[in-house]
Design a protein around this ligand. Structure first.
Ligand code: SF4
Length: 312
């Protein structure tokens, strides 16, 4: 049956516009409860889980540019495409929710299931400098508020920055070997064909995802392992969950990077703390999706197939 795709019907246009407005309204409410309190354009003094693995310079600009960041799409694509991006990011949450619901429907135990507030974690990072002769070193600790030996753990440390993490799910599983209960984190990503193929071909995942998962490890010391679920947005195919184990060296390295960014924000001096681009090519996967690409590389051609992808 051949049909008229663009009938002259004012109601069709009205519903279309309402959907766009709704997507923009919903996507403008930040998932982070602390961000909701930051006035528009103000400097942000806390970090998000994904920023643990993110380029330091991007994080610095994200925190200090308020909402006035440069949009690589501006002026190059239609407004409809920009609206589609808002809907695309919202759809990502539906995919995540579905994955968690499917696991729950199988009878597996999911901690705090049905209570999304359970999954926002505010991590207070404490820092300590020690000097051994000429050498100085930095240490971090993040004891839970109710940790029994908290005061002892915090000796010599001072309060520093906060990370806000939003977990997708925590599974409660019984180890077949020991019979003991253990916690396994779940992170879900719904990706476009481009990213799906890239992961399959290179076995490489985004540094931002890896950092995000490590922010969840530090939010709950009882989580011993993480599973990354990757779903193809168009075909609904799913990769076998990818096991990610805690990497303490990585955590220390990236907390040091965030501490540099935090100090640079407080002193308003990025050079003093070595806040530089962490990549050198606009083709780097992180730069491809970065809104500051033109600041780093000047005018670059934007590939619309890769211009946005799953973030949190
Ligand atoms: S374009 Fe690349 S190097 Fe520049 S801020 Fe963004 S992620 Fe960092």
């Amino acid at each position: 049956m051949k049909i008229e795709l663009n009938p002259i019907d004012p109601l069709s246009r009205l519903i279309y516009d309402k959907h766009k407005i709704g997507a923009n309204v919903r996507s403008s409410v930040p998932p982070c409860t602390l961000c909701r309190e930051v006035p528009e354009g103000a400097v942000r003094g806390h970090f998000h889980g994904s920023e643990l693995g993110q380029c330091k310079l991007k994080t610095y600009w994200d925190c200090t540019s308020g909402s006035t960041f440069e949009d690589p799409l501006e002026g190059r694509v239609s407004e409809d495409d920009i609206d589609a991006r808002a809907a695309f990011l919202l759809d990502g949450h539906l995919h995540e929710e579905n994955i968690i619901k499917n696991i729950a429907a199988s009878g597996m135990n999911i901690m705090g299931y049905g209570n999304q507030d359970e999954y926002e974690r505010k991590i207070q990072v404490y820092v300590r400098y020690t000097k051994n002769g000429e050498k100085s070193s930095i240490d971090f600790t993040m004891p839970h508020n109710k940790a029994p030996n908290r005061d002892k753990v915090l000796e010599g440390f001072e309060e520093s920055f906060k990370i806000i993490a939003h977990l997708d799910g925590i599974l409660e599983v019984k180890s077949k070997k020991t019979g003991k209960e253990m916690l396994a984190g779940v992170e879900c990503k719904a990706v476009k064909d481009y990213t799906w193929k890239k992961i399959k071909e290179t076995s490489e995942i985004s540094d931002i995802w890896y950092g995000q998962i490590h922010s969840y490890f530090i939010s709950n010391h009882h989580i011993q392992r993480f599973y990354l679920f990757i779903k193809h947005r168009h075909t609904s195919q799913m990769m076998k969950p990818i096991l990610i184990m805690r990497n303490d060296d990585y955590i220390k390295r990236r907390l040091t990077a965030l501490h540099d960014v935090y100090s640079a924000i407080l002193d308003d001096d990025p050079d003093k703390y070595g806040i530089k681009a962490e990549h050198t090519s606009p083709k780097d996967s992180e730069c491809k999706f970065c809104p500051y690409k033109e600041r780093c590389y000047g005018k670059v051609k934007v590939d619309l197939n890769t211009v946005y992808e799953e973030e949190e």
